[in-house]
Design a protein around this ligand. Structure first.
Ligand SMILES: *Cc1c(COP(=O)(O)O)cnc(C)c1O
Length: 385
């Protein structure tokens, strides 16, 4: 919940659609008020609340209803990471930082969202991107990189298999000290995916939104979301735990594995001072749906993403939501008891830019150009491309 700062309040009266970019005091939901390390500030960046709609996917088992929360609609260039950035960037601004430093893969949604949101607040953005440094052909592929480039982020390429804690975090710290020396201003370091003890409040607050705006406790039995760095699942699982565990929360991994996500959620529990339970009791992490590997999709995967778009008008990204949805449908068919009930709420976390990462291979053309023709005015049939 936002405490109504006076400015914010006046803006709302004058014009509902005017955003103010000042930090506001953060009023944590009452069910979370006993937690440790509650952020004191939040900054409005996202279009909230995001809507929930029925999702009429073909081929779901009889008796199952699927709904989707459109966190892909938090802002066209922002997606799920902006919920965390509302707290992270408020922290950066409050600390008087002039820039932010974060990291991810070359096609990181998190880096793109950070690059955009930072400029909204006139902060400089520095990105460590894991890429093959010797192959700069990536410049041909746009996708998530393009918004980051447009926002003039400083980009540093680092080896593809760099590990966050041992390789990248120290580089971020080093860069922050160099920036401080040069400019006199501090730089704020954000961990991979924005999944920190501050960022997790983005999805703790999303849980409050689900309760107050979408009656989640009465309307749904299960929540399903893709897991990348773990902050989203951590916030949702903790929200559900603190409000009586009415639902069952499932996270489908698209990278790393079950142990990694349980240890991340446990780290968040420790940070928040929740000692009486462990991740294994409050969240169902589902492995086995990475397919060809993180960021890799097969021909069949792409046919699946296309069929969802064709059947429902909702577009899934190939890295997170597409794989999580495929995993969820497979589990609903093969392992129905894993779910608490029949009303499933899938959180669509965005990521559409990774569909446009430049790899329109001939294989993809076979899927995407199936109904594409040259118009021929007088011919009986249009000519297939
Ligand atoms: C980052 C991301 C996720 C996963 O969120 P985490 O909090 O990192 O686990 C899911 N979907 C999309 C599109 C993302 O960019």
């Amino acid at each position: 919940m936002f405490m109504t700062c006076r400015n914010h309040f006046l803006m709302i009266i004058k014009n509902q659609s005017v955003f103010h970019h000042h930090t506001c005091s953060y009023q944590v939901p009452t069910w979370a008020s006993h937690l440790k390390n509650i952020p004191r500030k939040r900054i409005k960046l996202a279009m909230l609340p995001t809507p929930v709609q029925k999702w009429n996917i073909k081929g779901i088992p009889d008796g199952i209803e699927v709904f989707v929360k459109r966190d892909d609609m938090t802002g066209s260039t922002l997606s799920n990471k902006v919920r965390k950035l509302e707290f992270l960037l408020a922290d950066a601004v409050t600390q008087g930082c002039g820039s932010v430093i974060t990291c991810g893969g070359l096609q990181s949604n998190h880096c793109r969202a950070t690059a955009v949101a930072a400029r909204e607040l006139e902060l400089d953005c520095h990105l460590f991107l894991r890429a093959n440094e010797t192959n700069v052909n990536f410049l041909d592929s746009a996708g998530n990189l393009l918004p980051s480039l447009l926002c003039n982020s400083h980009i540093y390429l680092i080896p593809k298999f760099s590990k966050y804690k041992v390789d990248i975090a120290p580089k971020q710290e080093l860069l922050a000290s160099q920036i401080k020396k040069k400019s006199g201003k501090s730089a704020y370091c954000i961990p991979v995916g924005g999944s920190s003890g501050v960022g997790v409040f983005g999805y703790i607050e999303a849980w409050e939104e689900l309760i107050t705006r979408q009656n989640v406790m009465k309307k749904y039995d299960d929540i399903v979301v893709a897991c990348g760095s773990g902050g989203t699942i951590a916030g949702l699982a903790i929200g559900n735990y603190l409000t009586g565990e009415k639902l069952k929360v499932h996270g489908i991994t698209v990278c790393d594995n079950k142990d990694y996500f349980h240890s991340h959620v446990n780290e968040m529990l420790d940070t928040l001072g929740i000692t009486e339970t462990r991740s294994q009791n409050i969240v169902d992490i589902i492995d086995g749906y990475k397919g060809a590997g993180y960021g890799q999709s097969t021909f069949e995967d792409h046919e699946f993403y296309k069929s969802i778009a064709h059947d429902t008008g909702i577009i899934c990204d190939p890295v997170y939501t597409g794989k999580a949805l495929k995993g969820m449908l497979t589990e609903l068919h093969n392992n129905k008891n894993r779910f608490q009930g029949s009303r499933i709420l899938f959180i669509h976390t965005g990521g559409i830019f990774s569909l446009y990462d430049g790899r329109i291979t001939s294989q993809l053309k076979n899927i995407w150009l199936k109904n594409t023709y040259r118009w021929r005015q007088n011919a009986a049939e249009p000519e297939k491309i």
